[in-house]
Design a protein around this ligand. Sequence first.
Ligand code: SF4
Ligand code: SF4
Length: 64
Amino acid sequence: MFIALVNWDKCTGCGDCVDVCPVKCFEMSDGKSLAHRASYCIDCGNCPEVCPDDAIVISIGWGG
Ligand code: SF4
Ligand code: SF4
């Protein structure tokens, strides 16, 4: 299982990750991207590639 993590110290709120995620992991909250469905991630690679601030990390998550 993959987990999408957003570093709020880096995120500048462009919203691009919301647009490119095929499984809708992200939504905007208070001007930042919140990975509210982080565990839906299928590791497609779109969001780390598109994020201009290098704010997203995909990790191996709970349950392997
Ligand atoms: S890697 Fe793909 S599926 Fe995972 S959060 Fe990013 S855009 Fe969504
Ligand atoms: S693409 Fe990066 S900077 Fe833009 S909203 Fe998503 S996490 Fe924030």
